[in-house]
Design a protein around this ligand. Structure first.
Ligand SMILES: [Ca+2]
Ligand SMILES: [Ca+2]
Ligand SMILES: [Ca+2]
Length: 223
């Protein structure tokens, strides 16, 4: 049995992620959109969710998540948030079934909504304006991308679109988000605490994930 090796060609992408980690940490403002599950296998009813990451105790009353239709830029749905980000630093808004329940475990708020399957955007808006945004899919000429930087990839049914690290925001959706084959409402990977070797650990972890294909990292294309 041969030991798995890390292809040299992905090193520049890992370096880009490492640089992003260094550059982004001091400036990151919370809350952030950390995960979006917009297309379950089969019906999305009661399965869709949006997860936010932020400082525990943050009051979200008055905050909204807008679902922006990529076809025309119109806000198709506005999710009015309520309540407080809990001790774990994550907050989940889940789609409600007709009977008032949801299939999403541990949801903090149930609302009735339905995503299209992209290209679309989500905009998180607070009292001071837009706090974060993510757009996903291929935006063709005439379509409206309301995310940040470049769009994140469209993910297949059953997978969610998630930040590689819930607390890492470079304001470039393609860099920050990737496919999560098993959605994780209410849990997330965070950047390790700053310290000697922490960045190296993150970089190594990223390399392992990239090498194994467990994270379909949407870093800039290889040249
Ligand atoms: Ca579906
Ligand atoms: Ca952002
Ligand atoms: Ca999650």
């Amino acid at each position: 049995m041969t030991r798995p090796t890390i292809p040299a060609r992905i090193l520049p992408r890992a370096a880009a992620l490492g640089a992003a980690l260094l550059a982004a940490q001091p400036a990151t403002a919370f809350p952030l959109i950390s995960e979006v599950f917009y297309d379950a296998v089969g019906s999305d009813d009661g399965q869709s969710f949006v997860e936010l990451h932020g400082t525990p105790g943050t009051v979200l009353d008055g905050w909204t998540v807008e679902i922006v239709n990529g076809a025309d830029g119109e806000v198709a749905t506005t999710l009015a948030l309520l309540g407080v980000i809990g001790p774990g630093g994550l907050y989940v808004v889940a789609d409600r079934l007709a009977d008032g329940t949801t299939a999403v475990a541990g949801a903090d708020l149930l609302l009735n909504f339905d995503f299209q399957n992209g290209p679309d955007s989500l905009v998180l808006r607070g009292p001071a304006g837009v706090a974060d945004a993510v757009g996903f899919g291929v935006f063709e000429a005439g379509m409206v991308f309301a995310g940040e930087g470049t769009p994140a990839p469209d993910v297949p049914a059953g997978s969610s679109l998630a930040r590689h690290f819930a607390d890492l925001d470079t304001d470039d959706n393609a860099l920050d988000f990737g496919e999560l084959p098993v959605p994780t409402p209410g849990s997330a990977r965070l950047v390790p605490e700053p310290g000697a070797g922490a960045l190296a650990m993150v970089g190594a972890f990223g390399l392992v994930l990239l090498g194994r294909g467990r994270v379909r990292c949407s870093l800039p294309p290889l040249r």
